[in-house]
Design a protein around this ligand. Structure first.
Ligand SMILES: Cc1ncc(COP(=O)(O)OP(=O)(O)O)c(N)n1
Ligand SMILES: Cc1ncsc1CCOP(=O)(O)O
Length: 528
């Protein structure tokens, strides 16, 4: 009978990566103690006798922990040691031949790098697939492209309703494991069964700790994904509760003055900093890669706005560190449809880090979603927008695994389950430069409020192990949009406002004077 395997933490061995003085078997034993659930012996240079010897001894250790043993490439070794399975690459022995040679019930896994590989694996009836490389790796000279978290997610979708298990491989380590697991969930909610790792464990002086960190992350994530899927069935938001919670976020911002780190464009820097201050938070407009780590440690939120892309490296690093700190990361892909450079930069950023909120107009979000329904015109949108904006934001939120804010005369917000429609805002907002960028700032500020609330509620949190960002980002996004649009309505009604020149300072004034009462009383909100 075929053995049911827990693929949560799949160690692929790497003897050549052992730290000086570390014994291979000691490392395997410690890895097993740390929670490895499958071991694959991968020997690329050993001769047959040595491979056989290593496989036999590794099997003994695995048996002690009741962990299955898989052999990389070599069916003869797998047969000789009575391994639980084999792992085959695309240029190794065909699965159909391997099946004939191996005893019934032997696990067969195959490496996949694209949809055709996955389709073949399904038709060949393999037991699991190893999808990758998901990130760059120094462990193996790659012969096929790095596919990123979103590439893995697309392949997982192919596995829907097949029962086939899947692990991702390539560059996975403790620091990016949660990002990998979270970002690879498909639009249909299909997540990885586990992660396959070489260097982060084999190259560690403390493989037990390295394995424990990875295992805990995978376990916590799997539980969280189950809860997420359950919540998507039972989800219900009451308008009154949303507004009460959003109001509390404003109070949090004013009470704690979180740092809003903004990598933004040089057209709007001053006005975005002033909007941040007006809401009661503290802005820092820093772009140098060297300071990203330090800034990530300060409580608050990060805004990445790429209106003028001057420091891509800073953007990449800042987002990675924000993810590690579970801080909100708001992404404003200004004019993403305008040039190839912007499109590839957006894809690179979104493949590297997990945004908590992506905010854009119809043209920008259409470009991001690869939708032909709406065309971008520079940083603006041409035409009337999406025919069904609610469905659009919902499906993009599922694809990007974050909150989507689609701006326009009506703003649409979704987390992939619920859709919120907001109808506040004055047309003059569209006649001043940088109002969209200020909106990104306001969203980041309210997301910081949500983050602070989570830190306050759960200082040492079990949840924080499995969640990619702390705090309710849906509320943060709603709060940010309401703040700017309501302030714009109040400002436009003032007698001292005679045009866009007087509107702008009045807008900052009204952000400054915004209260929870104004937010709740003036909000035009529908929960769909
Ligand atoms: C779990 C897992 N996934 C993928 C691979 C890569 O296998 P392959 O493509 O055969 O490359 P080599 O490992 O043989 O270099 C793997 N080993 N394990
Ligand atoms: C064997 C293999 N196949 C694709 S990437 C890879 C190496 C993964 O190693 P690491 O976990 O050290 O990046």
């Amino acid at each position: 009978m075929r053995r049911e395997i827990d693929f949560s933490l799949y160690l692929v061995t790497g003897r050549e990566l052992l730290p000086p003085g570390k014994d291979y078997f000691e490392s395997i034993q410690e890895s097993l103690e740390g929670g490895v659930t499958v071991v694959q012996v991968r020997e690329k240079t050993a001769d047959t006798a040595e491979f056989l010897d290593i496989a036999l001894k590794t099997k003994e250790l695995c048996q002690k922990y009741d962990v299955p043993l898989i052999i990389n490439d070599r069916l003869d070794i797998a047969l000789a040691v009575k391994a639980d399975g084999v792992h085959l690459g695309q240029t190794d022995m065909p699965v159909s031949v391997a099946r004939q040679l191996l005893p019934a019930g032997t696990i067969i896994g195959v490496s996949c790098n694209n949809a055709d590989h996955v389709k073949n694996a399904i038709s060949e009836g393999v037991d699991y697939v190893g999808i990758g490389a998901v990130w760059g790796t120094a462990t193996k000279k790659l012969t096929s492209p790095i596919i990123g978290v979103r590439g893995v997610g697309a392949l997982l979708r192919e596995l829907d309703n097949t029962g086939l298990k899947a692990v991702a491989i390539g560059g996975i380590k403790g620091a990016n494991a949660l990002r990998t697991l979270h970002g690879t969930v498909s639009t249909t909610g299909h997540g990885l069964d586990g992660v396959a790792v070489v260097s982060d464990i084999a190259g560690s002086t403390k493989p037990r700790d390295a394995a424990r960190t990875l295992r805990d992350t995978v376990s916590a994530f799997k539980e969280q994904l189950q809860n997420e899927l359950q919540a998507s069935i039972n989800v219900s938001y009451a308008k009154k509760d949303v507004l009460t919670s959003v109001s509390k976020l404003l109070n949090n911002v004013k009470a704690y003055k979180p740092l809003i780190h903004q990598i933004t464009n040089n057209v709007v820097t001053t006005q975005s900093a002033n909007a941040t201050l007006a809401l009661g938070a503290s802005p820092i407009m820093a772009t140098a890669p060297e300071e990203m780590k330090d800034l990530s440690r300060v409580l608050g939120a990060l805004l990445v706005n790429f209106g003028t892309i001057t420091s891509k490296e800073g953007m990449l690093l800042a987002g990675q560190f924000a993810n590690e700190e579970k801080k909100p990361l708001v992404f404003d892909p200004v004019g993403v449809g305008a040039t190839d450079f912007r499109r590839t930069t957006a894809a690179q950023l979104l493949n590297t880090w997990q945004a908590s909120v992506i905010k854009g107009n119809a043209g920008e979000l259409a470009a991001l979603a690869d939708s032909k329904e709406v065309q971008a015109k520079g940083v603006d949108t041409s035409g009337t927008g999406f025919s069904d904006p609610a469905s659009f934001v919902k499906s993009l939120a599922r694809k990007e695994r974050c909150i989507i804010v689609l701006t326009g005369s009506t703003d649409w917000i979704s987390d992939g389950n619920v859709v919120i429609r907001l109808d506040n805002g004055h047309p003059m907002l569209g006649d001043i430069t940088g109002s969209g960028c200020m909106l990104g700032t306001c969203i980041a500020t309210f997301c910081a409020g949500a983050y602070l609330k989570a830190v306050e509620d759960e200082p040492i949190s079990e949840r924080s192990l499995s969640t990619i960002v702390r705090g309710d980002m849906l509320l943060g996004a709603v709060g940010g949009v309401l703040a700017l649009t309501i302030a714009s309505e109040i400002a436009a009604q003032r007698v001292d406002v005679r045009g866009t020149g007087t509107f702008f300072p009045a807008l900052i004034d009204e952000l400054y004077h915004l209260t929870p009462d104004k937010l709740t009383q003036l909000a035009k909100i529908q929960i769909l």
